[in-house]
Design a protein around this ligand. Structure first.
Ligand code: AMP
Ligand code: GLY
Length: 424
């Protein structure tokens, strides 16, 4: 069948790598894609939120399956757009409906959902400009540090963690006035701070059945020792060593089951991935956030460990038959190291030539921000390339990735050399 992947990052290159291996895939397109996806699929210059243009392309090429990578089109309702269109409703779309995507699109909705289904999470209250004073009073009742979250999508930047009460009050005021994250912070969720270690659990669901995918841990901060600004993710490992069987049992019983149960209870059409951001506090799991898609760079370590034909798994998901899938997971660990442009996540330059990829051995190269111009491979984003390796344990996998990183060069290339530092 013909398959279209929406998105342009390392996550989408990884999906393209897995899908293109399937005997079920006759032709693969990625929109808009990058230099890496262009090698194994056909890139199409489409904007992921231009539903009409996507429709035209899907009909023209007779696309049978569409996998939605990023959250924006989901939150804007691409699944509903397909479901309610006579010409598109047969397309097997992997991604939740707009109501499902609200679990990521609104932090307040996510918290209400968790409260409703008794899913462990930090205590919270939400506020608008009209309740600013109440918000300040609520902050006074909490202990430092203070966690302020913009309700809406803010490109992963909408969370502030502040040590000082007065600063927290001032930030609350600027957020609510729309001066900080625009409309996304017209409503702000204030949360109790949870002190623990983070990990991510990925679930694939057809709305009734679910499969828990390998766990992953990403490294979000730009600097070594988890310091400096937040980024999209500087690397990841899978599985997470401290997510042992006992802990995962708790995650499944207290979090995964009630989450999928809640979606079913509310008749929410959800055929896609749920990315559960967790924090482990004294061996107990709490939900930090839901995302309604796979993570990036977590996908770069999670998908390569899945041995079952991914297209078959996605077909079963679409047809609500996930219970028929026997998911085979590679026992080896995976690690990915993200190479970024110097200056990222703030200002950085693009258009730098990347050399040495052909020297990479025994690792997978997933492109993020790359493009081909006049036959040359150039950087075109902050996150440029992820190098994934599989090995007996995460330390060996990391070692392989780091060895291969040495082969690659571009002007002002930067990467974290301490991934996994917090695990041993
Ligand atoms: P989010 O966008 O909700 O994932 O939040 C971004 C980051 O802020 C998370 O990855 C955590 O590191 C941190 N964070 C969010 N909520 C809390 C909380 N309640 N307690 C401690 N850290 C938090
Ligand atoms: N790596 C975090 C995310 O994809 O949101």
């Amino acid at each position: 069948m013909k398959i279209l992947i929406l998105g342009a990052g390392g996550r989408e290159h990884t999906f393209a790598h897995m899908i293109s291996k399937s005997p079920k895939c006759d032709k693969l397109f990625v929109a808009p894609g990058n230099a890496g996806t262009g090698k194994i699929a056909e890139n199409v210059a489409l904007k992921v939120t231009d539903f009409e243009a996507i429709k035209k392309f899907v009909l023209e090429k007779d696309i049978a399956m569409m996998v939605v990578g990023p959250e924006d089109p989901l939150v804007e309702g691409i699944a509903d757009f397909f479901m309610h269109d006579e010409q598109l409703k047969h397309v097997q779309l992997i991604g939740p409906s707009k109501r499902g995507a609200l679990l990521e699109g609104s932090k307040e909705r996510a918290k209400e959902f968790m409260l409703m289904y008794n899913i462990p999470t930090a205590a919270y209250e939400s506020f608008t400009e009209a309740s600013l004073e109440a918000g300040k009073n609520f902050l006074e009742k909490l202990k430092s540090p203070y966690v302020l979250k913009a309700d809406g999508l803010a490109a992963g930047k909408g969370v502030l963690i502040l040590n000082d009460l007065d600063e927290a009050k001032a930030e609350l005021e600027t957020m609510l006035a729309g001066e900080k994250f625009g409309a996304a912070s017209k409503k702000v969720v204030i949360e109790e701070f949870l002190d623990g270690i983070e990990l991510s659990v990925f679930v694939l669901t057809d709305g009734k059945n679910y499969k828990i995918l390998p766990t992953a841990k990403d490294y979000k901060r730009i600097g070594e020792g988890d310091t400096g600004l937040n980024t999209g993710g500087m690397g990841a490992i899978s599985p997470v060593p401290f997510a042992d069987e006992e802990f995962m049992q708790k995650v499944e019983e207290r979090i995964v089951k009630p989450t999928v149960g809640g979606l079913k209870e509310e008749n929410i059409d959800y055929k896609g991935f749920i990315f559960i951001g967790l924090i482990k506090v004294k061996n107990e799991p709490y939900v930090i956030e839901y995302n309604v898609r796979m993570g990036d760079p977590e996908t770069e370590v999670v998908l390569p460990r899945i041995k079952t034909d991914l297209v078959e798994v996605l077909e079963k998901t679409y047809h609500s038959k996930l219970d028929e899938v026997n998911l085979e997971i590679d026992e080896r660990a995976a690690a990915t190291v993200m190479l970024v442009s110097g200056g990222y996540p703030e200002n950085y330059e693009k258009g730098k030539e990347i050399t040495g990829i052909e020297k990479v051995e025994d690792s997978l190269v997933f492109h993020a921000g790359t493009k081909i111009e006049n036959g040359k491979l150039l950087t075109s984003g902050g996150r440029v390339i992820a190098i994934t390796s599989l090995a007996e344990d995460y330390k060996k996998a990391l070692k392989k990735s780091y060895q291969n990183v040495e082969n690659l060069q571009f002007d002002k290339m930067y990467y974290r050399k301490d991934l996994g530092f917090d695990l041993s």
